[in-house]
Design a protein around this ligand. Sequence first.
Ligand SMILES: Cc1cc2nc3c(=O)[nH]c(=O)nc-3n(C[C@H](O)[C@H](O)[C@H](O)COP(=O)(O)OP(=O)(O)OC[C@H]3O[C@@H](n4cnc5c(N)ncnc54)[C@H](O)[C@@H]3O)c2cc1C
Length: 341
Amino acid sequence: MRVGVVGGGLAGALLAWRLREASDRVRVEVVALGRSVVDASAVSGGLVRGFEVDPDAGRDAADSLAEVRSDARLREWSGYREIGSSYLLPRGVDPTGSVRVVDERLPGSAEVVDAAELRRRFGYRDLRDDAVAVVERHAGYLSPARLRDSALAWAVEHGVHVVRTAVTGVVTGPTLRTSDGSVREYDAVVVAAGAWSPGLVEHGGTLRTKQIQYGVHRVDLPGLGAFVDEDTGLYGRPRGDGTFLLGLGCDRWDLAPGDVRPDPGLADRVAAEARRRFGVPVEVSPPELVVASSDCYHASAGLRLRPAGPGLFTFTGGSGGAAKTAVAASRIAAGGVLNSS
Ligand SMILES: Cc1cc2nc3c(=O)[nH]c(=O)nc-3n(C[C@H](O)[C@H](O)[C@H](O)COP(=O)(O)OP(=O)(O)OC[C@H]3O[C@@H](n4cnc5c(N)ncnc54)[C@H](O)[C@@H]3O)c2cc1C
């Protein structure tokens, strides 16, 4: 079976690795732009945890994390750092089902805590009295860029071919046209081109792009590991050098990946929100430490293989969270591609 994978970001690289590892009979070709293009995987915050509000999304996240933690090669490839995580839930959400998903895969990792505990352990301020959070011991962050590069290097060593050129057309057949003028035919094509995917394959409008932005802030928040605060939209993690990566939701949709520009107002709002939330001084990120990029979103969030025509699939739509699900999602996707022949 000949499989063409469009895109060598985290999704494409892990898919190539999984396909090659699953079968000796598959010939995989990754067609990807050169490294001069900064993709989402290169700048991702890499926050990983097992808990997601939606238990279905949580399954992939918890499976991924459990596999990374238990596999020395994946720990090395990803540079996983276990610093714990807290997730302040939106009002009225019952975490029981999602915590069960985490418990089955990462026993003893997750606990549900109340507002008093959040104030005491992590320094939260200005919380509503009925605030509830899920705190995980086995969670933290990894480097999606390192994981991407390691998986792709392994794939190349084991016979996967990487062609550094731009795909200019994806035609059912399935065939790829590339900027070097070649036409490449396969038994299956998987478009894993992140935020570029909606421009390459028609998917009934269900794939969209959205800007994601964070800054690197100097702030002292001892004990606070990776965190998400659904009341304010604030999220972040320590970077291990006295600074914190801090972000807030960004409402810029459908930008072409090359048109993403930092929203200057957002950097100020992040610092102000974090000051209010934790009651400590937070420096506004200087412009050179603001990261703005974009990711591919899908109506039903989650990085997964989706059919897009005869022999044609997409593997994208991680909706700003694929670093935490990609290890498990790529194993499932590889199975789907191999079973499609
Ligand atoms: C700023 C930011 C912070 C994030 N933080 C987190 C986080 O903390 N936790 C988390 O779980 N997730 C996070 N994410 C999400 C996660 O990092 C992404 O979902 C994931 O990296 C997407 O990987 P990808 O391979 O789908 O896309 P990308 O990494 O964008 O890769 C797409 C690839 O396709 C290639 N390509 C594009 N067009 C073409 C073409 N025409 N021909 C050939 N190749 C092409 C590009 O070169 C690129 O390498 C974040 C994302 C961003 C942007």
